[in-house]
Design a protein around this ligand. Structure first.
Ligand SMILES: [Zn+2]
Length: 211
C-alpha cells in the first residue's frame, strides 16, 4: 500500500504542475540568480533623471517588473547619495584697515625719519589680524607680514596660505610659518590684494599700495 500511495502522490504532483506554473517558477528563479544585463550607468542615469523618455519608460517598466539586481543597485546608490560628506563652508571675511603709520601721528623720536617703516594693521571680524610692512632692498621690495588668528591654535595658523595679487594677477603664494609670519620678496610698487586661506576661512584684504 505504501508503494501505491507514493505513486499516487507522485502522480498528483506531476498533475498539479501546469506548463504555466513551471514557467512561472523558472522565471522566479531566474529573477533571483541571473545577472541583470542593464549597465550601472543606465541605472545611475535613471536615478539622476538623465535618460530620454523612452529609456526612462523602459527603466520604469523594468523596475516595476521586479529586477532584484536593479533594486539592490538603486538601494546602494541612494544610500551613497544620503551619506555623502557635505563640503565644509568656509568663513568668508573681508579685512578692514585698523591702523596705518602713514595716517596716524607717531610719537616723536620712536623711529628715525630715514628708517621709518610703514606698518599697516588690518582686522577681519575680530578674528583675524593682519600686520603688513615692507622693506626696500637692492632686490626690490620685500613684503613682510604676520597673521594672527584670535582663538585659533598654532596648527591652524601654520597651515594658512597667503596669496598676493597685483591688479588682479597672482604675484606670489606663501605659507606662513609656525607663528604666522610670511615674506614675499622681489615685488614691484603697485596696488595689491591679499588672500589669506586655510581650512576654516578665507580672508580678503583689498587694495593696499606698496610705494
Ligand atoms: Zn535590472
Amino acid at each position: 500500500m505504501n508503494h501505491d500511495k507514493s505513486d499516487s502522490e507522485n502522480n498528483k504532483s506531476d498533475l498539479t504542475i501546469t506548463p504555466e506554473g513551471s514557467w512561472e517558477r523558472r522565471q522566479g528563479a531566474a529573477k533571483m540568480t541571473d545577472e541583470c544585463q542593464i549597465k550601472l550607468k543606465q541605472v545611475v542615469g535613471y536615478l539622476t533623471e538623465n535618460l530620454d523618455t523612452s529609456q526612462t519608460q523602459f527603466m520604469e517598466n523594468h523596475i516595476e517588473a521586479g529586477c532584484g539586481p536593479c533594486e539592490a543597485r538603486i538601494e546602494s546608490l541612494l544610500d551613497l547619495a544620503a551619506t555623502e560628506v557635505p563640503i565644509p563652508v568656509k568663513n568668508e571675511m573681508v579685512a578692514q584697515p585698523l591702523f596705518d603709520t602713514q595716517l596716524q601721528p607717531q610719537p616723536v623720536g620712536v623711529r628715525g625719519g630715514a628708517t621709518l617703516t610703514r606698518r599697516r594693521l588690518y582686522e577681519a571680524e575680530n578674528k583675524v589680524c593682519v600686520d603688513i610692512e615692507h622693506q626696500h632692498s637692492d632686490d626690490g621690495i620685500q613684503l613682510e607680514g604676520q597673521i594672527l588668528i584670535r582663538g585659533g591654535n598654532l596648527d591652524e595658523v601654520s597651515h594658512t596660505v597667503v596669496t598676493l595679487f597685483r591688479e588682479g594677477l597672482l604675484v606670489a603664494t606663501s605659507e606662513v610659518d609656525f607663528v604666522g609670519d610670511f615674506q614675499v620678496p622681489g615685488i614691484q610698487p603697485g596696488m595689491y590684494d591679499l588672500e589669506i586661506t586655510n581650512a576654516d576661512m578665507n580672508v580678503t584684504l583689498q587694495g593696499f599700495d606698496i610705494e
